[in-house]
Structures are given as C-alpha cells and as structure tokens.
Design a protein around this ligand. Structure first.
Ligand SMILES: Nc1ncnc2c1ncn2[C@@H]1O[C@H](COP(=O)(O)OP(=O)(O)OP(=O)(O)O)[C@@H](O)[C@H]1O
Length: 726
C-alpha cells in the first residue's frame, strides 16, 4: 500500500493511521467504511478528496461529497480548499443542497423559474395559516405541527406520486382540487400543494422527489449528471433515508465509484426516516463492495472509551465492534448521584470551576442533555457561580417565548406594565388585535396612563364589543385581590390555567413548551423552598429579571457550552458533563419500541464519545414527570461498573427500585409492540365501536386514527387491538 501524505498546509491535519490511509487511497468501485466514534472520519474524508485532486488529477467539479448538515459542508469546504489550494471545491453539499443545484441548472425540465423558493417550517406555517383562514379551519381541527407531519406522511407514504399533480396539473386544476376537498386532511394537503405551486416553493421532500423526476423523465439530463460525478462520497451514511438512497443509486450509475462512511452506533435520526439497514446491507446491494473498519479512536482517553464500549455493547441491532484508544493518558469517568436537580447542577458548576482552576478553558467544557428543558437548573447554577456559558441551538431557558409569556402574566398582576400587557393581552387570542391596541395606545398618550388602565377605562366602548377584554380585566383584578397570602408557585399555576394559556399550548400540541412551563413552575417552587424567607411576587420577579437579563455570551467567547446531544453530534470537548441521566429523560419517557430504546442508547453513546479527557455523568433523585419518582437511567447500569468512579453512589435500594422500573417499562414496550398492518382507507370493524374507516396512522402513538360510522369524532386505536378488515 502506498503511504500517502497530502500536499498543502498540513500543520493541523494529523498523520493518518493505517485504516485512514486505506480510506484515502481506495478510490475505485464501491467502498464502505464503518467508522467508530472519534476515529477521524473528517480527516480521512477531506484527505481523500485532496488525494483525488492532488495526486490523481481529478477535477473538484467532478466530485460529489455529501454531508449531513450545512455546517459540516462548510467546514469540509474550508479544509479542502486549504489542502488543494483550489477555490473550486466541487459539489460539497447536503443532499438537499445538491438537489437545489440540479433543479437550478435544469429548471426548464420542471418548468419552474431558476429562482424557485426553498421552503422552511415558518414558510409552511404561513401557508397553513392562509389555508386555515380560507377554509375556516382552526387548530382544533389540526395543529400546525400535526399538519406538517401529516403532509410529510402523505407525500412519503400515502400519495408518493403527488409531485405529478404539482407538475402536470394546471394551477387552476390544483385550486379546484383544493376547493373541492371536503375533509380536513385533504383540505390541508391539497391547499398546501396549491400554495406551494402558486409561489414556486419546494420543501425538502420536493427537492429530492423533483430531482428524481427530472432524472427519470429526461435521461439525457440524468446522464450528464452521472458522467459529471466521477466520484461520489457520502458522510454520515447511517442517517440516510430511502429517498436520498434512491438518488444516490441513480447518481452513481455511470462511473460506479461510490464511497460511503458511517457509524451504525451513531444513528440518532430514525425519527426522521433514517434507516441504518441501508448501511448494514450496502454490500448486498452493491456486490464487490470493499469494507474498511476504522476502529482506532484518536479522541478519547481509554476510560471514556471503556464506558462508551460497554454501553453500546448492550444494543442488539449493530455490527459488534470495540473502539481502541490511540491515546494513552488516563482521565476519570465519574457517576455523580445528587439528592436534587439543584444539587446536581451545583456539582456540575463546582466541577467546571475546579477544572477551570486547573487551566482548562471554559470553551473546552460542555454540558449535554437529552431535552432542552434540562438546561434550566444548570443555567441557574452557572449564573450563580459566575461561570460564563453559551446555550447552543435554541434560546436560553428564560428567553423562550412561553417562559417570557408566563412571567409577563405574573408581571401583569404585580406591575401591570405595558410590555407585559402587549405581550400577553392577546395570547391566547382575545380579539385584541392591532386596531384595538392602537386605540388603547392613543388613549394612553392622551391620558398618560398604562394600557391596562386604558382598557379599564374604555372597556365598555363599542370597539371592545365581541372581544374578551372584560374577561382579561376580571382575570387581572381577581388575581390582584387574591395574591396576598398565596404562594407564587400557586399563583403561577392558577394564572396559566385560568388565562387559557396552557390550554392554548395543549391545542397547539406544543408538548415541549408545556414541559418548559412545568419546569418553570418547579423552579418557582424550589426558589420558595430554598429562599429561607417568605417569597412575594415582587421578590420573585426581581430574582428572575436578573436571570433573564444575564448577558448570554456568544459562541466565539470562552464559555462553557450547553447543548442537546443532537446538537453535539460531530463535536468534541476536553471535558463533557452529561446531565439529567434519569430514566424517563434519557431514555425519554416517549420511548415506545425496542428499536427506539436502542436509538436512545445510541444517543447516550454519542454523548459519551464527545469527551476527550474527562466524562462526568450526573443524575438526581426527586420527582419527575407527573410526580413519578426519578431513577438513574438504565444506561448508567449498562456501563461496566469497573469503568466508573463514583462521586456519590445511589443507595442499593434505589438501584433495586430503578431495576423494577426498567422491567415495568420493558414489559409495557413488549405489550404494545404491534405493527401497523392496515392501510389508510381500509374499512374495519372494532368489537365495541362497530365499523369505520382507517383515516391515518400515528406511528408515534402506535395507533390507527379511525372514523367510526356511529361516533361523531375520530378515535386513536392502538395497533395492539384486533381489528377486522371488512
Ligand atoms: N491519525 C490521527 N492522528 C491523531 N489524531 C487524529 C487522527 N485522525 C483524527 N485525529 C483526531 O481525532 C479526533 C476525532 O476526529 P474526528 O472529529 O474526525 O472524528 P469522527 O470520526 O468524525 O468522530 P465522530 O463520528 O465521533 O464525530 C479529532 O480531534 C482529530 O483531530
């Protein structure tokens, strides 16, 4: 084997190990690389690109390199530019980004303008808004997030040839189809197709499907692209979905130089349609595939790897492999059991401070968690200890809109200021829109009062007929009268309930936002319990004002990084704290299948393998969702105990209880493990409800949505229950 040393500036490009060398130089035919966490995929991939260009003379414009995110594509481009010195970095892109290139170049094939729109979620929501208004739908019919999911499912499963309607029907025909639709799902689906077409918008699914359409319908265009792409490399192949796979199959058809790299143990996007089998069975689909294993981990000290290896070994759906540490120095892997979430957060803050005292930069430390809401207590502890941090992906806890709304409701009672009024007077909707707000503002200007006072003075005027202005005022007055002597936590709970705010979130289906509110209530309660003196509403509001005004520094600064595990994928840090490792958090309490449980374990594996020198696993006792007792995550007990050091060990009785809780969950999963076997549209009979039609399938809930002849509203019926096909 030739030893390859890339030319170019290589100061921070490592000297490749033997497996990486093979990866770089195996350029022809089908090559599959199974690369463990931290085994240096990025270096191998970039140097492979550079090898093709620098050594073999391939033109960058004839290489397609597919990454999973835009961020990864940018980083890859930067490194490749440095190695090749060429500004043309060819096609380094996500699948969606690549499809945009194809559809722009060949837009005439779909008769769209080159300037077509790529739609994101907020564009889709704006379209839904229009459809709901035009056809008189409300969020009670379907929340926007459910509508987006429904559209995606229709496009993928129920109407996979929908794109033909978009491409072959005239806009008037699409409009007619939409206006003739007579059930909620069809109204939304055809309304959306019509809206998309009207503005020449394409969502992510369309980008791939339209590209495939162009390649199928226009063989000459297809051949041009196939001939152009002499070499194709795909990173993060474990996360590829079925449509992307089809696209890849077409693209490689001429030169047949296809290189894929992935780690089956890091599949964490099954919920988005990723299918790890496509990596595992790659050699069967492409006979003659050469497989290279990359197992030498250059990132982590052996103790971190011992923890990660012993955890992931508990999964069954995988290629067994152990990562081997290339590094020799030893660092600790600690399990800290705390008596409360505050104590857990305080321990993390102390740990961060101690490491910083030993010279570790803040930016080299990360706190990772499964769900956003877990960041709250850590944020508070870091603020208290004066440790700078940045929150990645997502707004800081106290900056989240539902938290701000809740605090503004409290402020409306305690202070009654205009900002709070403006923020929540019409949330939930009370018909106090722009016109009426402008009226109040003018009244304030003329009378020098607050908007709340203006409303009090004018609520009998005609302009407030058919609004809920009076209900708002009586809510505020009622709470002002009763606030004395009530605890803040009690006031907050009652306010969120009586104002209709929580009901609004439930109707929208915003579970994450409801969870955040539950977390806020919990934090108020804890503040009261730990404050030592009686906590008035004013005193609490001052306390949180300090938290919300805290200067949340940006990413380039020397800050501790706080992020979800999904956001940490592909990153590394010297010291990693993984917090809230409780059963019900990681694994999530929404885990309903054996497959999903394995995915949760892979998520823990991804979290653990981000650590270079030190890994700290923390959890706390107390009570979690709906008052259920918290137990340490099953994943902590999966780890080889010899690989762990305890900072504080849970009592044996707690561990026994935890094991019983795991067993109960496993039994429940086994019980509900049925698969959907009936297609939507089928007529079925239920032993109690009689006959009905399957309207859809809710994979999350593992249930059919059925409209029964004799019931007014649809029902979710678990896969578990026997239904007879009529
Ligand atoms: N041959 C090598 N010698 C020394 N260090 C290396 C070598 N290859 C990679 N590294 C270092 O190992 C670390 C992990 O590499 P990289 O981030 O590319 O891993 P990865 O395979 O993408 O991991 P993951 O899938 O877990 O994100 C990096 O710090 C990188 O600089």
């Amino acid at each position: 084997m030739t030893t390859y040393r890339a030319i170019g500036r290589l100061d921070d490009e490592p000297q490749l190990n033997a497996a990486q060398q093979q990866v770089v130089t195996a350029t022809e035919g089908y090559v599959r690389v199974i690369a463990g966490a931290g085994t240096g995929k990025t270096a191998a991939l970039t140097q492979r690109f550079a090898y093709l260009v620098n050594e073999l003379g391939i033109l960058p414009g004839n290489i397609l390199c597919v990454t999973f995110t835009n961020k990864a594509a940018n980083e890859m481009r930067r490194r490749i530019r440095r190695l090749t010195g060429d500004h043309d970095t060819g096609y380094i892109n996500t699948f969606h980004g690549f499809c945009v290139s194809v559809l722009q170049e060949d837009s005439h094939a779909i008769r769209y303008p080159k300037s077509f729109l790529v739609l994101d979620n907020s564009d889709i929501d704006a379209m839904l808004q229009t459809i709901y208004e035009e056809r008189g739908l409300t969020l009670r019919d379907m929340t926007f997030s459910a509508a987006r999911d429904m559209i995606e499912m229709q496009k993928l499963k129920e109407h996979p040839s929908y794109y033909l309607d978009m491409l072959e029907w005239s806009i008037a025909e699409l409009h007619d189809r939409y206006m003739q639709a007579d059930n909620v799902r069809d109204i939304i689906f055809y309304g959306y197709l019509y809206q998309e077409r009207k503005c020449f918008g394409l969502d992510y699914n369309d980008l791939i499907v339209f590209t495939l359409y162009v390649f199928e319908r226009f063989p000459d265009i297809c051949l041009t692209w196939q001939q152009r792409l002499e070499y194709i490399m795909i990173d993060e192949f474990q996360d590829i979905d079925a449509l992307q796979y089809r696209l890849m199959e077409v693209l490689q058809g001429y030169h047949k130089n296809l290189f894929v790299v992935g780690d089956p143990d890091q599949t964490i996007y099954s919920w988005r349609g990723a299918d790890v089998k496509l990596l595992l069975d790659f050699d069967k689909r492409f006979p003659g595939t050469r497989t290279i294993m990359m197992l030498e981990n250059h990132r982590s000290v052996p103790q971190v790897l011992a923890v990660a290896n012993s955890l992931i070994a508990k999964n069954h759906m995988r290629i067994p492999k152990d990562l081997v540490a290339a590094r020799r120095s030893f660092g600790p892997t600690v399990w800290h059991h705390a008596v409360s979430p505050q104590a857990e957060a305080a321990w993390i803050a102390e740990g961060v401070a101690a490491l910083h005292g030993k010279g570790v930069a803040y930016r080299d430390m990360a706190v990772l968690y499964r769900a956003h809401y877990a960041s709250r207590s850590v944020e508070e502890a870091l603020l208290k200890a004066d440790i700078p941090y940045s929150l990645f992906s997502g707004v800081p806890f106290f900056g989240r809109s539902e938290i701000k709304d809740a605090l503004c409701y409290l402020r409306l009672i305690a202070v009654g200021d205009d900002l709070a009024f403006l923020r929540v007077a019409n949330v939930p909707k009370r018909n106090l829109g722009q016109r009426r707000m402008a009226y109040l503002r003018q009244y304030c200007d003329e009378h020098g009062c607050t908007m709340l006072q203006a409303l009090e003075a004018t609520c009998e005027n005609d302009i407030f007929k058919r609004t809920k202005a009076k209900q708002l005022l009586s809510l505020v007055h009622g709470f002002r009268r009763s606030v004395e002597g009530r605890s803040v936590s009690e006031v907050l709970s009652a306010l969120l309930d009586e104002s209709g705010y929580e009901q609004m979130l439930r109707t929208e289906g915003s579970q994450e936002r409801l969870d955040n509110l539950a977390e806020l209530k919990q934090s108020v309660y804890e503040f009261e319990a730990t404050c030592g003196e009686e906590v008035t509403l004013d005193c609490y509001l001052h306390h949180v004002a300090l938290l919300s005004n805290a200067d949340i520094a940006d990413a380039s600064k020397d800050n501790v990084r706080l992020m979800t595990i999904h956001a940490a994928k592909g990153l590394e840090f010297s010291h990693v704290f993984v917090c809230s490792l409780s059963e019900g958090v990681l694994p999530s309490r929404k885990t309903r299948t054996v497959e999903a449980m394995e995915e949760e374990r892979r998520l823990a594996f991804v979290a653990f393998t981000r650590a270079k020198d030190g890994l700290y696993l923390t959890e706390a006792e107390g009570f979690g969702h709906q008052g259920a007792p918290r137990y340490p995550s099953r994943f902590l007990l999966d780890i080889d105990s010899a690989a762990l050091e305890f900072s504080n060990r849970p009592a044996d009785s707690q561990l026994d209880d935890a094991r019983s809780a795991y067993e109960a969950t496993d039994r429940w999963i086994a019980d509900t493990a049925g698969q959907a076997s009936i297609e939507p549209g089928t007529r079925v009979a239920h032993k109690a409800f009689g006959q009905g039609v399957v309207q859809g399938i809710d994979e999350q809930k593992r249930a059919y949505i059925i409209v029964f002849d004799d019931l007014d509203t649809p029902r979710c019926i678990s896969f578990r229950v026997k239904l007879e096909v009529v």
